[in-house]
Design a protein around this ligand. Structure first.
Ligand SMILES: [Zn+2]
Length: 580
């Protein structure tokens, strides 16, 4: 399976906010999950630099657009490390040498199809949306998104013959050739197409664009409309404009071409972009997943306002850790519908799941293994169908000319596979035979009969995760992984291994044998959980994998896996709303 996967590229007139972090983390889960299953995945993101909004924001600060977008783009690329993202490529539309030739080629291809023409135009334009609105679409004369009056713009522009593609688009979407999820969003797009598509303006005068953007090929008086330019990023980063080898591999030749988008840009991705591709004679995306929005402390995140500290994803990760931030985004955000973020909710979720549910499980198992077996235990055999660690780190596929990308993400810390060298294993076995309290540590204990529920969870979770991710239901996928934690804790409570240990010390050999089985099952469950959790929480999964690694014959000394976040260190959310 070959998968091309993208986020949208946000315009960079401000620092990144938590809503975009959601999209990045969702994409990262899909990318890691696919790679773990052995798929070829290219995960791409970047920034939309050529917007007029960026020019205006730069003017307001008295700096050049290039300086402004360079600074803010660095903040977006810089999310890679704080959020443990594994994207392979980061394209900046104003400075990446792959971009302009690709946009020009796309323009020429549509021109060759007869779909570009010049026309005088007058319309109401919202600069913050970078789009024209019909009067009927306005909300009491104001932009429905921004609540500000649009400008009346009159000029001669290039137009794209969108009207020509209505039937083809409708057919592609209703047949599922281009699958839009959730279904409510597909229906919204189908309704929009059925209402009639009008040709749209795809250029701006150089004066109105302040000379910022990509000139129309053959018409230097015009700059290509920023949305046309931005949508092209998905293929320009694949060198569509030059040798095209990446393009053939990752777009034309891919089994899946997946875009993750926010609902505000659905029309651009599900109507305009596929129409441009149809006109250019190129394959359509296969899937578009549309997420809804986050609010922060009950208020809309304003894209144009500087993000407050309470919705700045890098600051949240610095304060509460990568795991807590990713886990809230994945575990609490529904597939459809807006959801409100507060720091209190993030803390509550992390403490309940990561500190209590998982942290307690691992500390109980580790303490038992060390108090009753000197740390020496063999895990029960891995059931078929469970995931394995991915030893190889993701490597950037694209060239990153002047993108401010950290040189390389460190490999997903210490995958236990790396510890399983022949030498390490031999040394481990020597330790085991020297100090193991039981006679034979070479053979893993078989699964105890009373562990059927746990074994069932281990076998079912990967199936449920795969099914949930196939429908882009990240919350259901996270919940499916979590059934392993819940079943494992239930198993500890049901078997009460500390009683078995006491009975064994009193001379009950059968209790000792039973304890081997229980601990073997729990260690195996933790190992499998680490692999299943890796796409969601790569950092925590790596720590968990180390904590329950039996390849050296002895488990490491127990250490707290996820310390509880103490709420009193942080002021209540209500006292510090900073988001406009
Ligand atoms: Zn607007």
């Amino acid at each position: 399976m070959t998968t091309f996967l993208s986020t949208t590229i946000p315009y960079v007139n401000a620092r990144p906010h938590l809503g975009f972090a959601l999209e990045l983390v969702q994409g990262d889960v899909l990318a890691r999950h696919g790679r773990q299953a052995g798929d070829q995945v290219r995960y791409q993101t970047g920034t939309d630099d050529n917007s007029l909004k960026n020019v205006l924001a730069a003017e307001a600060e008295g700096i050049s657009p290039a300086t402004l977008v360079g600074r803010n783009a660095a903040a977006f690329a810089g999310l890679r490390e704080p959020l443990a993202l594994s994207f392979d490529d980061f394209i900046r539309t104003s400075s990446d040498p792959r971009h302009q030739p690709g946009v020009e080629r796309l323009w020429r291809a549509c021109e060759a199809s007869g779909d570009l023409y010049r026309k005088s135009y007058e319309g109401l334009y919202c600069v913050r949306c970078e789009q024209f609105y019909a009067e009927a679409e306005l909300d009491e004369g104001n932009c429905p998104d921004h609540g500000t009056p649009p400008q009346l713009v009159a000029e001669e522009n290039w137009f794209f013959r969108l009207s020509r593609y209505a039937d083809q688009l409708h057919a592609a979407i209703s047949s599922g050739q281009l699958r839009i999820e959730p279904a409510s969003k597909r229906n919204e797009v189908l309704g929009f197409i059925a209402g009639g598509l009008e040709d749209f303006s795809v250029s701006r005068s150089v004066e109105r664009a302040r000379g910022w953007g990509i000139p129309v090929p053959g018409d230097p008086s015009q700059v290509i409309y920023v949305w046309w330019d931005a949508l092209g990023n998905y293929i320009t980063a694949l060198r569509y404009g030059s040798d095209g080898a990446d393009y053939r591999h990752w777009w034309t030749g891919a089994d899946r071409r997946v875009h993750l988008v926010g609902r505000g840009v659905l029309r651009f991705h599900a109507v305009y972009w596929p129409a441009i591709l149809l006109s250019a004679g190129e394959p359509l995306p296969t899937e578009i997943f549309v997420h809804d929005y986050l609010t922060v402390d009950g208020r809309k995140i304003s894209k144009s306002a500087a993000s407050g500290a309470r919705s700045d994803p890098a600051e949240l990760a610095a304060t509460f850790g990568i795991d807590a931030v990713r886990w809230w985004l994945l575990r609490d955000v529904p597939r459809a519908g807006d959801v409100d973020f507060t720091v209190d909710r993030l803390i509550a979720r992390a403490n309940e799941d990561l500190a209590n549910g998982l942290g307690n499980l691992v500390s109980r198992v580790g303490a038992l293994v060390h108090s009753s077996r000197d740390g020496v235990i063999r895990a029960c055999p891995r059931p078929a169908g469970t995931s394995r660690w991915l030893a190889a780190a993701s490597t950037p596929a694209g060239s990153l000319p002047d993108a401010p990308l950290p040189a390389a993400l460190p490999p997903p810390a210490l995958p236990p596979a790396a510890l399983r060298s022949a030498a390490g294993l031999a040394a481990g076995l020597a330790v085991a035979s020297a100090s193991g309290p039981a006679a034979d540590r070479d053979h893993a204990p078989s699964w105890p009969a009373d562990a059927a529920g746990l074994l069932g969870a281990l076998e079912q979770a990967p199936v449920a995760v795969r099914a949930a991710l196939a429908r882009f239901d990240f919350r259901a996928a996270a919940a499916a992984v979590w059934t392993i934690v819940e079943e494992a804790n239930r198993y500890v409570d049901a078997t009460e291994p500390w009683h078995l240990a006491r009975a064994e010390r009193a001379g009950d050999a059968a209790a000792g044998q039973r304890l081997d089985g229980v601990l073997g099952a729990l260690v195996a469950a933790c190992q499998i959980l680490a692999a299943e959790l890796w796409p969601f929480l790569p950092d925590l999964a790596a720590r968990l994998a180390v904590a329950c690694d039996d390849s050296a014959g002895v488990l490491p000394a127990p250490r707290p896996l996820f310390p509880r976040i103490e709420t009193r260190q942080y002021p209540a959310a209500s006292t510090q709303s900073e988001v406009a």
